[in-house]
Design a binder for this molecule. Structure first.
Ligand code: SF4
Length: 327
């Protein structure tokens, strides 16, 4: 019998104090943590409930940006008027994720921390997993790896990050705000998730006991954008490939661009070579093809997922085509 203690945090400082106990976990909506607890993947000894902290607000920042509190639900965030008007890419990505019931419960902070859906990670009966048990081995490498990474994988882990929201936040140059035992810090979303390398157990750079308190968005910069998600079924499914494409024009030429892929790596994959291929160029068929080709530079297929490379190429081209009004 596994026993857990439960504490409801009064404020951020209290939450951080409660989380000092080894094996403690913060819980917000619980949509991922409780699933993993039931399957035996997560074994917290203490749950620190942060769902009642006053961190659900969404407010304008003095510089024209937006602060989204960590316990804002995915539904509230996606439907907030300022998000819909100024950061439609984020709203679209959120509404492409999960089901409406899950979006009502899931929080922004929890979404950033959701763990991979690699079958061998979520079901301990299927085989060893370095992310679950460091050094145990990776059953996916020689197993069924259709949904796994084509970019940035390591010998130890080939898992992908499942979050749609994080892909859009990366394209919007979001910053994650953290409070922890050593004070506050802010980390660009692009640096928040990490590649597996030889520490696949660490999905992010968050330190022990740190609590996500908010996500800040800079003032909107990209006038044209599109979020494209390709999945095995039309709803309630994780991405095989997703693309957040954002464009800013100077006349007919692209002044700046963001191309971020989801479902292909252990973190939202910012395709900077694709962005470079777009900057300063008019959006022509040739430019789109160059950007799409650049987006999959360095991709390496596994036994069952070579199709993802062509899928990613086509998804990037299509997302940019729609964003740029060419479709
Ligand atoms: Fe575990 Fe990563 Fe291998 Fe999946 S790919 S079994 S998460 S080590």
């Amino acid at each position: 019998m596994h026993s857990i203690s439960y504490d409801r945090a009064r404020d951020v400082a209290h939450a951080i104090e409660l989380a000092r106990q080894p094996g403690a976990k913060f819980i917000g909506g619980g949509t991922n943590l409780l699933d993993l607890y039931k399957s035996g993947v997560e074994r917290p000894v203490r749950l620190v409930d942060v769902s009642r902290l006053p961190l659900a607000g969404i407010m304008e920042l003095p510089d024209g940006g937006l602060r989204i509190g960590a316990t804002a639900s995915n539904t509230a965030t996606a439907n907030h008027p300022l998000v819909r008007q100024r950061y439609r890419l984020l709203s679209d990505a959120l509404l492409n994720g999960a089901s409406s019931q899950l979006r009502n419960m899931a929080t922004v902070g929890g979404n950033l921390l959701q763990r991979t859906r690699c079958y061998y990670f979520t079901d301990p009966t299927l085989g060893p997993c370095n992310k679950r048990t460091p050094g145990a081995g990776c059953a996916a490498r020689d197993g069924y790896n259709r949904i796994h990474a084509i970019l940035g994988a390591s010998e130890q882990c080939i898992a992908t990050n499942p979050s749609d929201m994080s892909v859009a936040l990366c394209a919007l140059d979001a910053v994650v705000r953290l409070h922890g035992p050593n004070g506050e810090r802010a980390i660009p979303l692009a640096d928040f998730h990490r590649l597996p390398e030889d520490r696949p157990q660490d999905d992010t750079v968050i330190a022990a006991g740190e609590l996500i308190t908010a996500v800040d968005l800079p003032p909107p910069r990209f006038t044209a954008h599109h979020y494209l998600k390709v999945r095995d079924r039309a709803s309630y499914e994780f991405a095989l490939v997703a693309v957040a494409a954002a464009l800013e024009f100077d006349g007919a030429s692209v002044r700046d661009a963001r191309v971020v892929l989801g479902g292909v790596a252990h973190k939202p994959w910012r395709a900077q070579a694709a962005e470079d291929a777009l900057r300063g160029e008019p959006l022509s068929n040739e430019t789109l093809r160059s950007a799409a080709e650049a987006a999959v530079q360095g991709a390496r297929p596994l036994e069952h997922n070579a199709f993802k490379i062509e899928l990613a190429r086509r998804a990037v081209e299509r997302a940019l085509r729609i964003a740029g009004g060419m479709a």
